[in-house]
Design a protein around this ligand. Structure first.
Ligand SMILES: Cc1ncc(COP(=O)(O)O)c(C=O)c1O
Length: 414
């Protein structure tokens, strides 16, 4: 069942007397009762208010809760070096840029960050956007034009799907990480510009894109490749440079997109590639040109997070130790963790109600975990998506396994 689109009988409400229900654009809002029903049942899991920093333990309703739902994989949001850098930028440049990069909103630190990111990703140039979501919208809508085709994995992130919807090119989807299907899709494409777009690490299932095959198919069929490394930077690769580094393919990949809202402890996004592509995007990407630029403190935080990624490789090592330990632990308990290969370890639960119930029982026992239901994943099975941080302690992890075992047994998942 799709929480966001399921509608029930009209719940009533005021209509302009002359309008038929179908003629009122707000009718769908009155018809949408599903979320209110879940709220009434006490199982509603969204918009939970946290009154502390995004760390391994957070405060909710004056209770200390173990956070297993964060994308802060390296645990950097409260790192003193990063907080200090952000505070210094706030002091020097103020709180915002009051304009777009294109006009009055480019600071020297935007430029410095772009140079740093280009170097980090071993590309000629990089371009910083105000969110990761906007980066995908801005890049795809500008690059994929009327006579082009864009080929996307069925489990690609929503921002990629929406970016392709804003483009004028033809969109083709292939079966998740299925190289035979990608080959079939490419071979049915006519002679035109082609772009393959994949998540490096898939955000819900935690598996890794089959980049060596994707790049080789791209070459065979004359398609460019863009990897969204939102969940891979800081996590994958010998030095945390992401999926391309993990496979030793940094030179082969055409474009890398990354968000700053996960391992990089900030907000914003960037695309890195050849100078001519970045130059084109600077002059054609509407999400860049018509939106205000990234605030100074957020820019400085990213720069400082890159310092830490380079200086403290032990964080990545700890994250991987935790990842292996938790995946083994969940599997030993009898949970189905699907294809996960990364710190995102989904647990396949069954229907949506069961996933919400399990989330609630875990929360009552002091654990925060995100339920993932359609449309973020295809209809059934719904899943819980524990994700891990380098800063989780062994005590946190022991408690998590014990509690998941207790709750999983109670509701009959294991
Ligand atoms: C794979 C992927 N790409 C892009 C985004 C969008 O990034 P942001 O939330 O920083 O705008 C996300 C966010 O969840 C993501 O998981």
């Amino acid at each position: 069942m799709d929480l966001l689109t399921t509608t029930m009988e009209s719940a009533g409400g005021t209509l302009h007397p002359a309008a038929s229900p179908a003629a009122d654009v707000f009718q769908k809002c009155r018809d949408f009762t599903r979320a209110r029903e879940i709220m009434a049942s006490g199982l509603y899991p969204y918009f939970t208010e946290i009154t502390s920093a995004q760390e391994t333990e957070v405060m909710i309703d004056r209770r200390k809760i173990l956070m297993l739902g964060s994308n802060s994989y390296l645990g950097l949001t409260c790192h003193p070096h990063i907080k200090k850098a952000a505070a210094a930028a706030l002091e020097k440049y103020g709180s915002g840029c009051a304009g777009s990069r294109f006009l009055n909103g480019t600071l020297d630190i935007h430029r410095k960050l772009e140079e740093r990111l280009a170097h980090f990703f071993r590309k000629e140039a990089a371009l910083v956007f105000s969110t990761g979501f906007q980066t995908n919208l801005g890049v795809l809508s500008a690059l994929v034009s009327k006579n082009d085709q864009v080929l996307i994995d069925r489990l690609d992130h929503a921002s990629i799907i929406d970016g392709t919807r804003l483009s004028f090119g033809k969109v083709k989807k292939f079966v998740h990480n299925d190289m035979e299907d990608l080959r079939r899709t490419l071979s049915h494409s006519h002679d035109c510009g082609k772009l393959i777009v994949v998540d490096g690490v898939f955000s819900m299932e935690g598996d890794i894109a089959r980049l060596p095959e994707i790049i080789s198919l791209g070459r065979e069929f004359g398609a460019r490749v863009l990897v969204d490394d939102a969940h891979a930077v800081g996590v994958l690769g010998k030095t945390g440079r992401g999926t391309a580094e993990h496979f030793g393919l940094e030179k082969e990949i055409d474009l890398i997109m990354v968000t700053f809202s996960k391992s990089l402890a900030s907000i914003g996004g960037c695309v890195a590639g050849s100078e001519d592509v970045i130059h084109f995007l600077k002059h054609h990407s509407r999400a860049l040109i018509f939106s205000a630029s990234l605030p100074p403190a957020s820019v400085a935080a990213v720069m400082a997070a890159l310092d830490i990624i380079e200086r403290e490789p032990e964080r990545r090592r700890r994250l991987w130790k935790i990842t292996h330990m938790m995946k083994d632990g969940f599997n030993r308990l009898g949970f189905d963790t699907g294809r996960s290969e990364t710190p995102i370890i989904p647990l396949f639960i069954g229907d949506m109600e069961k996933a919400f119930l399990m989330r609630k029982m875990l929360f009552d026992d002091g654990i925060f975990v995100n339920p993932v239901v359609p449309p973020a994943v295809p209809p059934d099975p719904a899943l819980l998506r524990p994700s891990f941080m380098a800063t989780h302690t062994d005590e946190h992890l022991d408690y998590a396994l014990k509690t998941f075992a207790k709750v999983g047994k109670k509701i009959g998942i294991i």
